[in-house]
Design a protein. Sequence first.
Length: 223
Amino acid sequence: MSSNPDRATARELAAAHLQQGDPLGWFDALYRKAGGQAAAIPWADLRPNANLVEWLSSAALSPRRALIVGCGLGDDAELLTSLGWSVVAFDISPAAIRWARERFPQSKVEYRVVDLFDAPGDWRRQFDLVVEAYTLQVLPPALRAEAIPLIGEWVAAAGLLCLIARGRSESDPAGQMPWPLTEREVRAFEQTGLDCTTFEDFMDREEPTVRRFRAVFARPKTG
C-alpha cells in the first residue's frame, strides 16, 4: 500500500499544507485534484468499510440517530441509512460532500460540510452511534489528541462509538501518513466518560494485510 501513487500524492499534499500551517486544507485539495476519479482517493473504495459492516452485522443495534465522522464519498453513511438509521454525515471537504450528494441524489442522509474542530455545539451527546473510521489516523498527533475529546462528546447517554483505524505497538515506528494509532491513543476516549466495551487487534483481509484496531465505546445511561 505504501507504494500506491495516489497515497504518495496524498502524502505530498498533506506535507505541503502542514508546512504552510494549514494541516487540514489538503483534504479538499485532494478531492478537487481527483477530478471525479475515485481511484485517486486512497481510502475511497466505493463500498462500505468491511470492518464496519462486520461489526454492524453482529452488534444487533436498534437504529436511531448516527453520526459519521469524515464521511468522504458517503458509503458508510448510506449503509447505515439503509439499515434504518437517521444519519448525519460530515466532511471538512466541500468537494467530498458535493461528490457524495451526486453519487446518492435520493439519499436520506444529511450530508454536511463541517470542520471537526468547529462542529455545531448542539451535537454534544446527541448521537446514539458515532462512527470514526480512518479519520484520526490522517491527522498529525497534536491534532489527533485534540480531536479525540471532541468526537467522544458527540456520543449520547447509552450511545456507542465505533472506531476503526490502523494499529501499531508503542515500540513500532510512527510510519507515514496514514499514521497508525496505538492502543493508548484509542483508549484515550475513556477520558471523555466512555467505557471501552470491545477492543480488537487484528490483521485485515487487504493485500498486503494491514494491522487494524476496532474498538467500541459506550457512554453510561447516566453519563
